[in-house]
Structures are given as C-alpha cells and as structure tokens.
Design a binder for this molecule. Structure first.
Ligand code: G3I
Length: 388
C-alpha cells in the first residue's frame, strides 16, 4: 500500500500542476475556480463525490479541491448502503468523506437520510406501525447526531412527491407512507432538527424544472407540501431542486421556473440546486456541437435559477465526465446513447479539461446578483470548523 503521506504529496503535486501547468506565469493566467466565482456572489458551489474517488488522491481529487467549496456523498450516506441488519449501520465510509471535508475545509451536504429507493430490505419487512417509526426516527437521529456541526444541511426525505398516485397530498407511495403514515415526513424533520438544530433541512425533489403539464403539477404539489409543513410548524429550511437536465427533451420556460422559485422563496425558504447535470443521449455525436448544447442548457437553466436571491447553493452531480452516474449508465438503462459514445454531462471532460459547461457555470456565477454576504457560504463552512 502506498503510504498516505506519499499519496497526499502526489495529490498536492497534481494540484500544483493543475494550478501551474508548466510555469508560474501559466498559474497566474489560470482561469479562476468555480468555487471562487460563486463565492464572490455569496453562492456556495460544490459537487457530489464518491469516497473511492477521494481516496484515490489523484488529479481528480485535486480538481475537486480546486473547484469546489462543498461536497456531497453520491451514495455512501444512503441508508441501504450503510445498513444490512436491523438497527446496525456502518459509518466507516461516510466517516471518511466527512473527515475529508473537515480536513480540507469543505462544506458537506448530507444526502440523504431517507429515500424510498435506497431503504434497507430489513426495514421494508418490519411490521407496520411503532417498530417502523422508531427505526426511522433512530436512523435520522443517529445520522444527524453523529455528523452534527460537520454536515451543514440534510436532504431529509429524498423525492417525497409523486403526482401519479392520485392522493390529495401527492405523497409518493413509499414504505414510509405505508408503514408509518403521511406524518412520516414531519416526524423525520422533527427528529433531524432535534438531533442537530443548526443543520438546514431540505426537501429534495426531481422533475420540477421543465415546462410540461406533469412538471407543473409536481411543482404545485411541492409548493402545497412546503406550505403544509410550514403550517404544521414542521422544521424545513430549503427546497432542493435536483435539475438533471435533458438535452433535446422537454421545453424549459425560464419565466415559469422563475415564478416557481419566487413562490418557494415567498414561504421564507432557501433554495438549493442539488444535482445539476445534463443527459446528452439525444444530442449529436460531434463533440463540439454536443458540448455546445449541454452548455446552452446549463446557461438557460442557471440564468433563470440564479436570478432568485433565495438560491444560495449550486451543486453539480459530479465534476468531470470521468465520474458520473450518466457515464456509468446507472439507473436509466433505456435512456443512454445508442451510438455507444460516452456521455459528456459535466463541466470537465474525462481528461479534466474545462468544457463549455464550465464556461456556462462561470458566466452564470459572474452574472448572478450578489447574495447577502455570508448567508450561505460562510455559515456552511464555519459550521464545520466551529466544533473541531
Ligand atoms: O458499487 C457497486 C459496484 O461494486 C458494482 O460493481 C456496480 C455494478 O452495477 O454497482 C455499484 O453500485 C452502484 C452505485 O451507484 C455506485 O456506482 C449501484 O449499482 C447504482 O444503483 C448506484 O446508482 C446511484 C443511484 O443514485 C442509486 O443509488 C448513482 O451512482 C447515483 O448517482 C444516483 O444518484 C441519485 C441521487 O441520489 C438522487 N437523485 C437522483 C440521482 C440520479 O439517479
């Protein structure tokens, strides 16, 4: 095994190389980092990462450190990933990500406490009622307590809405709804707040960006849910908009999306873009054309989104095309490119060269109206260091 110090110095070397390709002059001329462009407007920018990517301590890890002020574990905090037996969780891998964030002074988004799709089988087999409720509350409490002061916000319930169910409250039919009832969401948020009063609590949802009847219905359902939570004094601080963009797919209406964000902000909530990327299976094979379309999608989306001052966090679901769920062809087997070419969904290509999507992000941050100084970036980072 390579000694840690040697690997760290290799990463430091890679970082130095990124910052100064060839000479000091080149370093001086290097483009700014996304984290700095965002921070100049009071916005926190980051990416999801996998623990193995950080552990590699290679040029990609160095790029994360250069570009990101925040990281999000892509999978490692998901309950099913951590727990194979009732009430037993293995914290070792999430701990390593949290330690990495602390060591390098990165803010950390917690993703996620509960997600119907990544819930342990043993939980699904529990009898209805009390035992399910206490297992759920225990999971939420343990995670929030353990990482108190080191995770600045939590996606408490990931993807709670499904308008297809026909329920008046539009809650998704999940094991939590079945076994605990419609109050499960409020119970989970209360447990999270009690375990870590300082962490922001986020409702994270997908399918609420485009201008289609289904997305419009879902936006309305999300608003109703947030209103209900506020009315019931359920602790909730932000809406997370996943934003998996789709090139050549559904139309996007900046004014409609902008209106929706204003409605969320009017409830006194913050907004975070939590999983920005772009699938390109319908885009042409030619790379320049494809990258142009991906960049245009980022630009149109971000121009509308960043116009809302309550939006203070932007996370891309990955940083380089080297590591992306879209490139790994997970979760959407029918959707990927038919020509077999690798997808190009993120700001850097697989060789870590900046793409036009990077330029679109940079331009969007530059053009964004400034946020109140210290509202997002500074508290998120301070939280990490206050309790060290
Ligand atoms: O780690 C195993 C590996 O050992 C095995 O060889 C391989 C074979 O398929 O699977 C690997 O696990 C995969 C894991 O990603 C890590 O690559 C799982 O099969 C795969 O299901 C898992 O997919 C993740 C997915 O959530 C489901 O948890 C994606 O990486 C992750 O990007 C995706 O992220 C979600 C957000 O959490 C919520 N919003 C939507 C977003 C995209 O689906």
């Amino acid at each position: 095994m390579v000694p840690v110090l040697t690997r760290r110095s290799a990463m430091a070397g890679a970082l130095a190389a990124l910052l100064a390709p060839g000479s000091r002059q080149a370093a001086a001329n290097a483009p700014p980092a996304l984290r700095d462009l965002a921070a100049a407007k009071g916005i926190l920018y980051g990416s999801c990462v996998q623990e193995a990517e950080l552990a590699a301590e290679d040029d990609f890890t160095a790029l994360v450190l250069r570009e990101c002020a925040a990281i999000v574990p892509e999978n490692e905090m998901k309950w099913q990933w951590m727990s194979h037996r009732p009430d037993e969780e293995d914290f070792s891998v999430p701990d390593r990500i949290v330690d990495f964030a602390t060591r390098y002074r990165l803010a950390l988004r917690g993703h996620n406490l509960l997600w119907y799709w990544r819930t342990p089988d043993w939980f699904k087999a529990l009898p209805r009622g009390q035992s399910a409720e206490s297992a759920m509350v225990r999971r939420v409490t343990e995670m929030c307590r353990r990482y108190r002061g080191r995770v600045f916000c939590w996606d408490v319930v990931n993807e709670p809405i499904d308008v297809e169910t026909g329920r008046a409250d539009a809650l998704r039919k999940t094991v939590f709804l079945d076994e605990i009832g419609p109050d499960y969401l409020d119970l989970a948020h209360r447990a999270a707040r009690e375990a870590d009063p300082a962490a922001s609590l986020v409702v994270n949802e997908y399918g609420i960006v485009y201008d289609t009847p289904a997305a419009e219905q879902k936006r309305t359902a999300v608003l109703r849910l947030l209103e209900r939570m506020k009315r019931n004094a359920t602790p909730v601080d932000a809406l997370g908009v996943q934003a998996h963009l789709d090139i050549g797919g559904d139309p996007f209406s900046p004014p409609k999306f902008r209106r929706f964000l204003a409605d969320v902000a009017a409830l006194g909530l913050d907004i975070q873009i939590t999983e920005l990327d772009a699938t390109d299976e319908r885009a042409p094979a030619e790379i320049a054309a494809r990258d142009g379309l991906v960049a245009d999608a980022y630009a149109r989306f971000l121009d509308a989104a960043l116009d809302e001052p309550a939006l203070g966090v932007v996370v891309t679901w990955g940083l380089s095309d080297r590591h992306s769920w879209i490139v790994r062809h997970e979760c959407n087997a029918q959707g990927w490119r038919k020509d077999g070419l690798p997808s190009r969904p993120l700001p850097f290509d697989a060789a870590l060269a900046r793409k036009r999507a990077w330029t679109a992000l940079a331009a969007a941050f530059r053009a964004a109206p400034p946020r109140p100084p210290g509202k997002w970036a500074a508290p998120a980072l301070a939280l990490h260091h206050a309790r060290r």
